[in-house]
Design a protein around this ligand. Structure first.
Ligand SMILES: *Cc1c(COP(=O)(O)O)cnc(C)c1O
Length: 546
């Protein structure tokens, strides 16, 4: 039985269409001779590319369902949100017959995709302050053969958001239309996605993408969220094998749970950079107007009587021209702190000191462990660690707190065997991340520290010399502290010294195992602090390089 909504919304020929029978996922232990694939993998290929991928790979569907907080039957994966827009048009709009509502200024691809499909476009422009003309949209939907209403929130290019109540009002007033809410930038907004409203709102469709907040634009992975009947309808016009196997694999890897804290931290940073850049640009003599934004970009109107375009050109900065809206309108993407400082310099509102950023992200996944780490030597927060070994978390936190740097580290390891792989691999990624964040090492202090802790004492000396060396003299009386074994202490620091390419000398003694180990980790952090800290830009070596 076709639902009433699908009956009014679908193109009749699509509703009746028997979709092409795409083969499901490749099965193990089954001799699959049904898809005319080659029996051999391509020479030198790391990935099994000879087999067709599933049309909707199950593991990725569940991952995206979890990420967006809906059940798997409400998910359609496609090649970017762009393809989602195209599928919606093809499934619903007959050429020369049906119409869509668009609210300019907004994302340009809605109109392009509508024209390709031959759908009529009804423009209902946003107000003077980019507010949504709710009643005009409802009126236009009532008096025209409208199938789709495109709403973009946060809106590209204005950065403005639409209130949830307004969207639900339109959805309720327009039961014969699909309300498409494009949430390509919702991760940067202050209010959450409307995904929780789908179940109770039959005609609500949400578009999400990994292209903006999740650093995966080239993977081309978009998601349509909607009730199951709409998803089924869209699958009829979805090509048989839209997602390439390397994309499926790479996206699953990138979205592994250990990376999520890093994504969250980067999104938080991008939002705070957006506010910083906004506050700085407001003061710029080159800018006539700037609009507040909840996306990762800012819409600004440049003053016409200045040489700002020449200045931007001189700095090789490319902005997106929106002079079709009004003379001098440009959209500026918010970048990293360093990139934004270059931008602000071009607008003659440079912050006091433009110093280079010292941070690094390393993500490492093997059969034994999945670990990701983010260090920032110029920040002290956040320090957020989860390795699954409580005592080890506490020890790593000592290094970051006493070392005076920000550390986000998440690990999922084979703790059912023991702590060895997890501790060793955390040392590898932490060492690599610190090494990378140090960059050219200009201005760093290099050297060491003695730390008493109750009856225990640790003496730690470090030289960030670019050469690994390790000395460890400590008697640790007991075999470990809860799940953390004592012999992993020296192994951790030895591994760290190799990856950080540093000389690390540790001596410690005492009576209590917990005290001795904690004194070593704290002492290491303390020794690291002056070594990492920068004064000036001189490379501390008579050779002039490290
Ligand atoms: C970038 C963008 C998209 C396209 O996303 P992809 O997943 O990369 O295709 C969709 N909608 C809006 C509003 C965008 O700005």
């Amino acid at each position: 039985m076709m639902s009433k909504l699908i009956k009014v919304i679908a193109r009749e020929e699509i509703a009746k269409l028997n979709p092409y029978a795409a083969r499901g996922a490749a099965l193990e232990n089954v001799l699959q001779l049904d898809a005319n694939e080659s029996p051999w993998s391509a020479p030198g290929s790391q990935v099994l590319l000879n087999r067709y991928p599933a049309q909707q790979p199950e593991a990725l569907v569940s991952r995206m369902a979890a990420l967006y907080g809906v059940s798997s039957d409400k998910i359609l994966l496609c090649r970017g949100a762009d393809e989602g827009i195209d599928l919606l048009l093809r499934a619903t709009c007959g050429a020369g017959k049906d119409a869509v509502i668009i609210t300019p200024p907004t994302f340009g691809f809605y109109a392009v995709a509508a024209k390709i499909q031959g759908a009529n476009i009804i423009n209902v422009p946003l107000g003077k302050e980019f507010e949504l003309p709710v009643n005009a949209i409802i009126d236009a939907a009532k008096s025209n053969p409208v199938k789709l209403i495109f709403l973009c929130s946060p809106n590209n290019p204005t950065g403005s958001v639409i209130q949830r109540e307004e969207i639900l009002k339109i959805a309720a007033a327009c039961p014969r239309q699909l309300i498409i809410v494009d949430e390509a930038y919702v991760e940067f907004a202050y209010k959450p996605s409307l995904s929780a409203d789908i179940s109770a709102t039959e005609n609500l469709v949400i578009l999400r993408t990994l292209s903006k907040a999740y650093s995966l634009a080239a993977a081309r992975l978009g998601t349509v969220l909607a009730n199951a009947p709409i998803i089924e309808l869209l699958r009829k016009v979805l090509p048989p094998y839209p997602l390439a196997t390397p994309v499926i694999d790479e996206v699953k890897r990138a979205l592994s749970s250990v990376n999520m804290a890093i994504f969250a931290e980067r999104i938080a940073r991008l939002k705070s950079e957006r506010e910083r850049v906004f506050a700085a640009l407001v003061r710029s003599e080159f800018i006539e107007q700037i609009w507040p934004s909840e996306a990762n970009f800012l819409l600004v109107k440049l003053r016409h009587d200045t040489d700002i375009n020449r200045r931007l050109q001189q700095c090789s900065i490319q902005l997106r021209d929106f002079s079709n809206l009004d003379a001098g309108m440009v959209r500026i993407s918010v970048g990293s702190q360093e990139q934004n400082n270059v931008l602000l310099a071009a607008f003659a509102v440079a912050p006091e000191a433009i110093d280079s950023v010292r941070s690094a992200v390393i993500s490492r996944q093997t059969k034994e462990t999945q670990i990701s780490v983010m260090v920032d030597l110029e920040e002290v927060e956040p320090v957020q660690i989860d390795t699954g070994i409580g005592f080890f978390d506490h020890m790593l936190e000592q290094i970051a707190r006493h070392g005076g740097f920000s550390l986000v580290l998440n690990a999922k390891g084979d703790l059912h065997i023991d702590d060895h792989h997890t501790v060793e691999d955390c040392a590898i990624v932490l060492g690599q991340a610190l090494f990378e964040a140090l960059g050219d090492r200009a201005g760093i202090g290099r050297y060491g520290f003695t730390l008493p802790m109750d009856e225990a004492q640790a003496r730690v000396a470090i030289d960030l010399s670019g050469r690994a060396a390790f000395r460890f003299t400590a008697e640790i009386p007991e075999a470990g502290v809860s799940e953390f074994s004592s012999q992993m202490v020296s192994h951790f620091f030895e591994t760290l010294s190799q990856q950080l390419k540093a000389a690390i000398h540790i001596e410690a003694e005492g009576k209590n195992t917990h005290h001795i180990i904690e004194a070593i980790f704290k002492g290491f952090g303390r020794a690291l602090r002056p070594a990492l800290n920068r004064q000036g830009r001189v490379i501390p070596s008579s050779k002039g390089s490290l």
